[in-house]
Design a protein around this ligand. Structure first.
Ligand SMILES: [Zn+2]
Length: 243
């Protein structure tokens, strides 16, 4: 894990950007496309109840075959007149076909995206640090040392990937020499405005192909969550059109 040979430093003379919020985590969600799926084989009229994530079973109350409200185990009745309602932190949507669907709230999905593992490398030792979500650049670790977001060069003509291990691609960090940790333990910068965000790859010399490194498990979960979000949005849109 702490193999310095497979990790390179790069970067010089760029300015402050630890406050910059990098959108790479949310980008696949914003641009996300996804197929709408419906896992149940029962017809809407046969659907008598739905189960929430917390185990609560909610009875679907119908009039003329169409769902009009939800009967809760505690005796409450919750109207479906608006097409959707949040119950026990779940989004319940009445579909145009008369089915009642249970989804996670979009914000719940986005919160999970924000917390997916992100890889940093420690300044000096290049030790790996996994964080819950992107924590800015650079990031002060639990040991009060400076950590830089792991990056890769995706230039197909770059030799850097020939040095990669089976476990990780060849990783880079964009070390900004004008940022350090001050006596108070907070980040200090010599410059107020960054002149550029990315320095060239030390192997091929190009900055064009430098990308944030996304862990494989994070990338696959991002794709699943993008699909989930697209599915919820499509269900909402469909419910709104018929409401
Ligand atoms: Zn390169």
């Amino acid at each position: 894990m702490n193999d310095q040979r497979k990790t390179m430093w790069y970067g010089s003379g760029v300015g402050v950007l630890w406050c910059a919020v990098v959108g790479f985590v949310l980008l696949p969600i914003v641009c996300g496309c996804g197929a709408e799926t419906n896992g149940s084989a029962t017809t809407p009229a046969e659907q008598r109840d739905v189960k929430l994530a917390d185990g609560t079973t909610v009875i679907v109350v119908r009039e003329n075959g169409q769902p009009v409200s939800l009967a809760m185990p505690d005796g409450r009745t919750i109207s479906l007149a608006d097409g959707e309602v949040v119950v026990n932190d779940q989004l319940i949507i009445r579909s145009p076909t008369g089915r009642v669907e249970v989804h996670r709230k979009p914000n719940t999905v986005i919160d999970e995206v924000d917390q997916l593992p992100h890889l940093y490398l420690k300044e000096g030792t290049l030790e790996e640090l996994l964080t819950q979500g992107f924590r800015g650049e650079p990031h002060i670790g639990p040991d009060n040392a400076l950590y830089w977001s792991a990056r890769i060069c995706t230039n197909p003509n770059c030799d850097s990937q020939s040095m990669a291990s089976a476990e990780r691609p060849q990783l880079l960090i964009n070390r900004m020499p004008d940022i350090w940790i001050g006596d108070d333990g907070k980040l200090v910068s010599a410059n107020k405005m960054p002149s550029s965000l990315v320095s060239p790859c030390p192997v091929c010399g190009s900055a064009e192909f430098i990308r944030q490194y996304i862990l494989p498990e994070t990338a696959s979960r991002q794709a699943e969550l993008a699909d989930e979000l697209a599915h919820v949005r499509a269900a909402r849109d469909a419910a709104m059109r018929t409401n």
